[in-house]
Design a protein around this ligand. Structure first.
Ligand SMILES: Cc1cc2nc3c(=O)[nH]c(=O)nc-3n(C[C@H](O)[C@H](O)[C@H](O)COP(=O)(O)OP(=O)(O)OC[C@H]3O[C@@H](n4cnc5c(N)ncnc54)[C@H](O)[C@@H]3O)c2cc1C
Length: 387
């Protein structure tokens, strides 16, 4: 067992950290409050190869794995730039395409995802189905050579920045009544696809949308993979990378908050010459949060290592646990940091309260803490399902 990164991974971590710090949380918040995107950071990360670290080299990527992409997610977040679209585009969409796309689809989409010039976002959540994806109501019907899609999706991140939306739909020929999902690469500007922006209480340059699919006609080659049978495995292929990278983003955010707070409490003096950090009522909660973040990082490393070794089932358990642990640790770290900073904690200037909404959302999305506990209860503890 090793806890060391390879020299290449170490270099990647240092380089991404340097890039993130050059932009920093001030840039992230400024963009969010102006209703703009972190276009410059995304473009530079793409140019430097960080967005494509996990994409095979023959399609313009770095040929690494989810371990490398998790490093990118964590280090940008640790610099105060938690970019949710890293989880959606390079982690979910690129993995699904690389593993289950046709050769033509891989050639068409992966190079753009690798250099950051293209984003593909992911649409599974629906208003009626929620956490129960077996209730998906978006339907794809055959229409001549192509497909006709109808349905509604909600909370879909980044549609305004994306070239394509990877839409999860139910195919009509599921005569058994069982879910036969299929994934479609739908151009974000397709006729019949409309969106409305949701007002979210999250300070983020990335937006969520309601999507309406009304007779959206796509050609046959919009179906991801060689046949309808690719749907379910393709859907599952995206889950582990999603959980691991979102966990990495949470751990990075936790590190960022604890670092901000520790700098402050080590120098702030309100009782004579002692720093407020010398009071254990201030330092212990921060130390406790640091322990939780570090434990989450360990589980992320385990999950990513298992995933990159092709051990998908074990990675599923570890990835879910990592996502749970990191979601809780990030929320704890940011809340604790705000408290340690006192009034300064609630200012925009100190850059901590700006993350409260994001870390709160991290306990709900992309999979809620309750659904992870259900997974662990059933698959690790052998408990019956209540639903
Ligand atoms: C910021 C943000 C970004 C998002 N981006 C995307 C995106 O890009 N693409 C996308 O497809 N979706 C996205 N989502 C949606 C997200 O994945 C869902 O919000 C999440 O899966 C929960 O679904 P729901 O909101 O419908 O909650 P519901 O399913 O309505 O659940 C409500 C509550 O009940 C709990 N609950 C439900 N069922 C059970 C059960 N059986 N046992 C115990 N508790 C249960 C849940 O844990 C939750 O706390 C995003 C959401 C947010 C907040």
């Amino acid at each position: 067992m090793t806890f060391d990164l390879t020299p290449e991974q170490d270099q990647l971590r240092d380089a991404v950290r340097a890039l993130g710090r050059r932009y920093g949380h001030g840039y992230f918040v400024e963009k969010a409050k102006a209703g703009e995107h972190t276009t410059e950071l995304w473009a530079e990360a793409g140019r430097l190869g960080y967005l494509g670290v996990n994409i095979p080299t023959e399609y313009g990527g770095g040929g690494g794995g989810i371990t490398e992409l998790a490093i990118v997610c964590e280090e940008l977040a640790a610099a105060g730039c938690p970019l949710l679209l890293l989880v959606v585009s390079p982690a979910i969409a690129a993995t699904v395409l690389a593993r289950h796309g046709t050769e033509e689809q891989r050639k068409r989409h992966l190079p753009g995802l690798a250099d950051g010039s293209q984003k593909i976002v992911f649409a599974i959540t629906e208003p009626e189905a929620g956490s129960n994806f077996h209730r998906l109501g978006t339907v794809a019907r055959r229409d001549g050579d192509g497909w006709l899609l109808n349905g509604r999706k909600c909370y879909i991140s980044g549609v305004d920045e994306a070239g394509h939306v990877l839409v999860v739909a139910r195919t009509e020929d599921s005569s058994t009544g069982k879910l036969k999902p299929a994934l479609f690469l739908v151009p974000a500007d397709a006729a019949g696809l409309t969106r409305s922006k949701l007002d979210m209480e999250i300070v983020s340059p990335e937006n969520q949308f309601l999507l309406y699919l009304d007779d959206v006609r796509v050609p046959a080659d919009a179906l991801l993979g060689e046949s309808l049978d690719a749907g379910l495995p393709a859907l599952f292929a995206g889950l582990n990378p999603e959980r691991i990278t979102v966990a990495a983003m949470g751990a990075g955010t936790g590190r960022y908050a604890i670092e901000r707070a520790s700098e402050y409490t080590a120098t702030r003096k309100v009782w004579g010459g002692r720093s407020i950090g010398s009071h254990q009522g201030v330092s212990h909660p921060l130390a406790h949060a640091a322990v939780q973040v570090e434990l989450a990082r360990l589980m992320i490393q385990k999950a990513a290592t298992l995933y990159d070794a092709g051990r998908d089932l074990e990675a599923g358990v570890a990835g879910n646990m990592a996502k749970y642990a990191a979601g809780e640790a990030a929320a704890l770290a940011v809340d604790t940091a705000v408290q340690a900073l006192g009034g300064a904690g609630m200012t925009t200037e100190y850059g901590v309260a700006t993350l409260l909404g994001a870390v709160r959302a991290g306990r709900i999305a992309p999979v809620s803490r309750e659904m992870i506990l259900n997974f662990v209860a059933q698959h690790v503890l052998g408990q019956d399902k209540s639903y």
